[in-house]
Design a protein around this ligand. Sequence first.
Ligand SMILES: NC(=O)c1ccc[n+]([C@@H]2O[C@H](COP(=O)([O-])OP(=O)(O)OC[C@H]3O[C@@H](n4cnc5c(N)ncnc54)[C@H](OP(=O)(O)O)[C@@H]3O)[C@@H](O)[C@H]2O)c1
Length: 266
Amino acid sequence: MAARGAHSAGAPSATPPPSFDLTGRTALVTGGGRGLGLGISRSLLTAGADVVVVQRASPSPELATAARAADRAVDSYRADLSDVHALPALVARILEDHRIDVLVNNAGTQHRSPAVDFSLDAFDAVLDVNLRVPFRLCQLVGRPMLERGEGKVVNVASLLSFQGGLTVPAYAASKGAVAQLTKALCNEWAASGVNVNAVAPGYMDTDMNVALLADPARREQISQRIPAGRWGTPADVGGAVVFLSSAAADYVHGVVLPVDGGWLAR
Ligand SMILES: NC(=O)c1ccc[n+]([C@@H]2O[C@H](COP(=O)([O-])OP(=O)(O)OC[C@H]3O[C@@H](n4cnc5c(N)ncnc54)[C@H](OP(=O)(O)O)[C@@H]3O)[C@@H](O)[C@H]2O)c1
């Protein structure tokens, strides 16, 4: 009978080390040219992936700098993702140029107003960008992944997938739904080799939070509640996305992974 621990003390192990290497993979990151999306793109490039970004504006020059530093390629498409009906043509164009191995549904929008005055137009606009577009992109980019029998989808959820927030009812509704959509797609796609997961960033220092960051009292109140003692950065989210995009996460399906400095544990 083999002794316990026979594989220790220098004996070769049959189990390869977990791989976070994304060399040879191409990731599509919506909103990947600034904010959290830029941090995610940079992390994916550093992990070896080529990156394709989609947003309305030109991406920050930092994206090309990061690609050069990593000796990887970036490509950029400009599109307004609020028009869900334009997505099939956009995705067809992207798929003609690239095989997409990783889809990161990061682009998102916010609208603040007391619920009682919240306009239905604003509600629909937030739901379109934050929920309907990720669903449609999962369908359009997910289909060839399912045909190949491999692929990774990482949706960007939020603390407000778990909590209700204040004066952001459409955002909270959309991000709650993104978490449920992640689980629903996981149940259908996991057996076909496609991992569908989400990250749920906490309070991040990006343009989306300028209103909070500009209010010293609110900013301090939030900082004090975060166990890590600081707001998150785009790089903090990038590491979690690399993990969920990599072979190390091959058996991880349907999780909504908080990246929040411990906020939800409080
Ligand atoms: N910041 C946070 O504290 C926080 C916390 C939890 C979750 N999140 C989520 O993280 C994601 C990124 O947020 P962020 O903080 O980086 O926000 P941000 O700084 O406002 O950036 C939003 C990104 O989405 C793109 N985008 C927005 N509307 C678009 C549209 N109609 N068409 C195409 N692209 C569009 C923007 O690009 P263009 O403007 O060039 O189009 C930009 O790249 C969002 O899903 C957000 O909900 C953020």
